[in-house]
Design a protein around this ligand. Structure first.
Ligand SMILES: [Mg+2]
Ligand SMILES: [Zn+2]
Length: 192
């Protein structure tokens, strides 16, 4: 299909919206990063679709199941709604290349840095990825965006500071790196 013109902001979840907990597996572990809900609300107000794209290999690893993932998604939605914010859609990859047996072990196209979740979201929501942004705390997030022409912003929350340091060491720092999702959304809204 052709690239529809409507841009979106794709957001990683763990370490970007909510505090990173290694393989978050319980709704009670959810804690919003300060300013994250307000940033998402600002996207909502600007009419910019907010699409969460999250690797959840904890499912393939047997740490929690898809039903639990959906409970976490619902709880995150409640926490955001309390602050007037809304995610328009959530896409997740339950796979892992080596773990998960017949159901989940595969070299899929959705696990970031592969762009499959963004491709599917674009198709299902009529989004133009080349005018879109992706915000995440991992270089994998930015690579997934770059694969479909989206601009990337690395946040320093979650694993972001360590990720930035390693990118710098390799002489390939991301073009955009900011403190947190609030700062990222200010950049997005200034540039859209
Ligand atoms: Mg993350
Ligand atoms: Zn996958």
């Amino acid at each position: 299909m052709t690239d529809a013109p409507r841009p979106a902001v794709f957001l990683d979840r763990d370490g970007t919206i909510n505090v990173e907990r290694d393989y978050l597996s319980d709704p009670d572990q959810l804690e919003l990063i300060p300013g994250a809900a307000e940033a998402i609300a600002a996207c909502n107000a600007a009419g910019l679709p907010v699409i969460v794209v999250t690797n959840q290999s904890g499912i393939a690893r047997g740490m929690f199941d898809e039903e639990r993932f959906h409970e976490i998604t619902a709880r995150l939605g409640e926490l955001l709604a309390e602050r007037g914010a809304r995610v328009d859609a959530t896409y997740y990859c339950p796979h892992h290349p080596e773990h998960g047996g017949a159901r989940y072990a595969r070299a899929c196209e959705c696990r970031k840095p592969q762009p499959g979740m963004l491709v599917r979201a674009a198709r299902e929501h009529g989004l133009g990825t080349t005018r879109s942004w992706i915000v995440g705390d991992s270089l994998r997030d930015l690579e997934a965006g770059a694969a479909v022409g989206a601009r990337g912003i690395l946040v320093a929350t979650g694993k972001g500071a360590v990720q930035y340091a390693s990118a710098l060491e390799r002489g390939a720092p991301p073009e955009h790196h900011v403190a947190d999702l609030g700062a990222a959304v200010r950049l997005v809204l200034a540039g859209s």
